[in-house]
Design a protein around this ligand. Structure first.
Ligand code: GLY
Length: 365
């Protein structure tokens, strides 16, 4: 039997260079071997999503096998854990484990755990080393890479945060086998986003994707292509002052839908599914994007169980109000990512309000 494929990327962002390992089931057992040689302090706080306790145990064992002193703490799954009270709890867990500035924090989980634990690593004793072990498709292709960390306030999502790059990222696609169909589909919405951002070639691979998660080696290749796209953009604009905004395709209206639904009616990827379609609709009017791209996007989203029709239980003015509160909106403008064609990106401030309202209404038909 041939060995499962494992890929190693070298990530260079600003002054930071680190390795990203991507492989099939069993890679998490290699965490200690792949990382420990670079470790400075030997203290580690490993914080994990309660849903992936087995995988976290294997990660902790792999680190202990290299002589590291690992304390473990579980985080309740769900967006509610992205809170300042959880930041305090985890910082205090780090303190009671005796973590010092040259020690490290390891995040094992999806987007919530990665964002929360990443922010704890950025803040505890003004910053300690960080390792990400993303366990959802969404975290692998998006949230665990690029350095964004943060938690929510009642006033808005990700209102408190920092850019903090990890020193290692390890993606074991075996972790995806534990995900529900809904969670896999949510991650796939971000994959569709990368298809549209990258260009026709990747879009056609995404369009032909038969089922989730999909065959191991091909899945690794698909994740790698999304990751490479994101890292290329982040390397140009780590602080999110320009081109990095393109990664928010579908997120301006998507975040409005997610917030207006109370973060419950639609999970993040589902809201992004709807947000992508609304953005493509606006792009048809503003940039002349041919209508075939929205039609083809509807087909691929529906094939994987993502919503393409907006619930009538959410009013359009609730969505636009939430969009105004979104962190991505400046004091005076609404920023949208549009396309002339897949791979040809236009950042546009304040598209006409009527077009936004029409695009949201169109999602109901
Ligand atoms: N998820 C968008 C970014 O990292 O910039």
């Amino acid at each position: 039997m041939s060995a499962p494929a494992t890929e190693r990327l070298t990530v260079a962002i600003g002054d930071h260079e680190y390795a990203l390992h991507l492989g099939a089931g069993g890679l998490v057992g290699e965490l200690g071997r792949l990382w420990a040689p670079r470790a400075a302090g030997t203290g580690v706080l490993l914080a994990h999503d309660g849903n992936v306790a087995d995988l976290a145990r294997r990660a902790a064992a792999a680190l202990r096998a290299e002589g590291l002193d690992v304390s473990e703490v579980a985080v309740e799954p769900g967006e509610r854990s992205k809170s300042l009270s959880e930041v305090e709890r985890l910082c205090r867990a780090a303190a009671s484990a005796g973590l010092r500035r040259d020690d490290a924090i390891v995040a094992v989980g999806g987007g919530v755990v990665g964002d929360l634990v990443g922010y704890v690593a950025a803040s505890y004793q003004r910053g300690v080393r960080l390792v990400h072990v993303p366990t959802t498709l969404l975290a692998m292709v998006d949230s665990a890479i690029g350095g964004k960390t943060g938690v929510d306030l009642p006033e808005g999502k990700n209102y408190v945060g920092a850019i903090w790059q990890p020193e290692l990222v390890l993606m074991d696609v075996g972790a995806l086998e534990t995900l529900s169909a809904r969670e896999l589909a949510c991650g796939f919405a971000e994959v569709v986003k990368y298809g549209l951002l990258s260009g026709e070639e990747l879009f056609s691979v995404v369009e032909r994707w038969p089922e989730l998660p999909g065959p191991g080696d091909e899945l690794i290749g698909l994740i790698r292509r999304c990751v490479e796209h994101k890292l290329d953009v982040v390397a140009q604009d780590e602080r999110d002052l320009g081109i990095r905004a393109s990664l928010n395709l579908g997120h301006t209206i998507g975040h409005g839908i997610e917030a207006a639904g109370g973060y419950d009616l639609y999970h993040h990827g589902e809201a992004i599914s709807l947000g992508l379609l609304a953005a493509l609709r606006i792009a048809e009017h503003v940039c002349g994007l041919p209508g075939q791209w929205r039609e083809r996007t509807v087909v691929v989203l529906e094939r994987h169980g993502l919503p393409t029709r907006l619930s009538d239980t959410i009013a359009t003015d609730e969505i636009t109000a939430a969009m105004g509160r979104d962190k991505k909106a400046d004091a005076s403008s609404l920023n949208m990512v549009l396309l002339d064609a897949p791979g040809s990106i236009r950042l546009r401030q304040n598209p006409p309000r009527d077009l936004i309202l029409d695009a949201i209404e169109e999602l109901r038909s």
